[in-house]
Design a protein around this ligand. Structure first.
Ligand code: FAD
Length: 375
């Protein structure tokens, strides 16, 4: 008999969410993580991630976003921890740009609360910004941020409370499907289970080389700047933001805990790297991808670099997630919800993964995430 109903491989944002949901539903579950939870080698570290409803990437994400807000609130209640901070988000750029036009399309299609500001109104409401006269801002009151490491801690604590076993410092070497189950080989031995969920983030192809899609793991940089003038960053004056300009799409967060402002360039240099061999030091060439947007559009944040960290995106060819069963191995479920925008969905994806593992199907529409689209 299999030792576990489900083994979850990788306990970052997605694996920890799946483990918590499975354990709450009474499944015999094991989670395996090669590093310590909350580590900074993968995709789920660096304090904050944006959450928003009006989704510029595609309006079809909105129903899943509504569910993820509900589930973050449930997790907050179950863990007595504040994880989601609804500060509002300002998405700023040319009216026909990817961000503004996409956000407006999703917001209008789904009747989401939002406000459109012209450039002068953006600068009046949020005095840190300097934007050209032809830019607009879409302000969504439901936008905000999720605290990353506390969210993973809360999910793992909940999983353990409901009986999940968690093994850290253990690396899965292979996952083999057989009739009726899966065998998982790790650096400590083998485990038999009914189903495996592979949520290995940047290492998904290392573990499942037969995954029928070309994924790119790309090096990202997050940077924290000391404001030259703290005034425009006082509480309530500076929002979570996305800003599309001739320098690319940048995003950032108001100061939290310290006076520094976190700002990054979405996709950074879009440089494909080996997740085990990348250069994690942050150089002046990295900083140079962020400084111009500070100089032109957020000059009060253009002070000393206080801290910087690398992180990894795992990017699909179309930027949409992968949540599916492995072709020819229905007991192996693969989850790669990254492409630089997956964190906010973690509890909803945990729910989908638990549905697939326990019930064999989910009520959520996951057709957009099917592997068959790459055929
Ligand atoms: C800089 C940056 C900014 C981002 N901003 C946002 C944002 O604002 N909003 C948003 O929604 N999303 C954002 N994202 C995306 C989001 O963070 C990711 O979608 C999410 O963290 C992916 O989680 P994951 O669980 O798939 O991967 P990971 O967190 O990397 O977890 C995978 C885990 O699997 C483990 N593992 C791998 N192989 C093995 C093995 N063989 N055996 C055991 N364990 C293994 C790894 O150690 C790791 O812990 C951002 C990402 C980055 C890098």
């Amino acid at each position: 008999m299999a030792q576990f109903d489900v083994v979850v491989i990788g306990l970052g944002a997605m694996g920890s969410a799946a483990l918590a949901t499975l354990a709450r539903r009474g499944a015999r579950v094991l989670g395996i993580e090669r590093f310590a939870p909350g580590h900074d080698h993968g995709s789920s570290h660096g304090e904050t991630r944006i959450i928003r409803l009006g989704y510029f990437e595609h309006p079809s994400y909105v129903p899943l976003l509504r569910r993820t807000y509900e589930l973050w609130r449930e997790l907050e209640a179950a863990s007595s921890t504040k994880l989601m901070h609804i500060t509002g988000i300002a998405e700023i750029g040319p009216p026909d740009g990817e961000v503004v036009a996409g956000t407006l399309r999703a917001s209008r299609m789904h009747g989401l609360a939002h406000e459109v500001l012209n450039a002068a109104e953006v600068m009046e409401r949020f005095p840190a910004f300097r934007v050209p006269a032809d830019f607009v801002g879409v302000v969504q009151p439901d936008g905000g941020l999720v605290a990353v490491e506390p969210a993973i801690d809360a999910q793992l604590a909940l999983a353990k409370r409901y009986g999940a076993e968690v093994r850290t410092g253990e690396t899965v070497r292979a996952v083999t499907a057989h009739t009726g189950g899966v065998r998982i080989e790790t650096d400590r031995g083998s485990i038999d289970a009914g189903t495996a969920i592979v949520a290995a983030g940047p290492w998904v192809k290392t573990l499942l080389p037969e995954l029928p899609v070309a994924l790119r793991t790309t090096r990202q940089v997050m940077a924290w700047f000391e404001p030259l003038d703290p005034g425009p960053f006082a509480a309530g004056r500076f929002p979570v933001f996305l800003l599309e300009s001739r320098h690319g799409v940048h995003y950032g967060f108001p100061p939290r805990g310290s006076a520094t402002v976190k700002i990054a360039k979405h996709h950074h240099r879009d440089e494909a790297v080996d997740p085990d061999r990348l250069d994690r030091s942050v150089t002046s060439a990295d900083e140079a991808l962020i400084r111009p947007v500070l100089a032109d559009h957020i000059p009060a944040a253009n002070g000393a670099l206080a801290a910087a960290k690398t992180c990894l995106y795992t990017v699909t060819p179309d930027g949409d997630f992968i949540i599916d069963r492995m072709p020819g191995a229905p007991n192996v479920i693969v989850a790669s919800p990254c492409s630089g925008h997956g964190f906010k969905f973690a509890p909803a994806i945990g729910e989908i993964l638990a549905d697939l593992a326990i019930d064999g199907a989910t009520r959520h529409d996951i057709s957009r995430f099917a592997l068959s689209r790459f055929r």
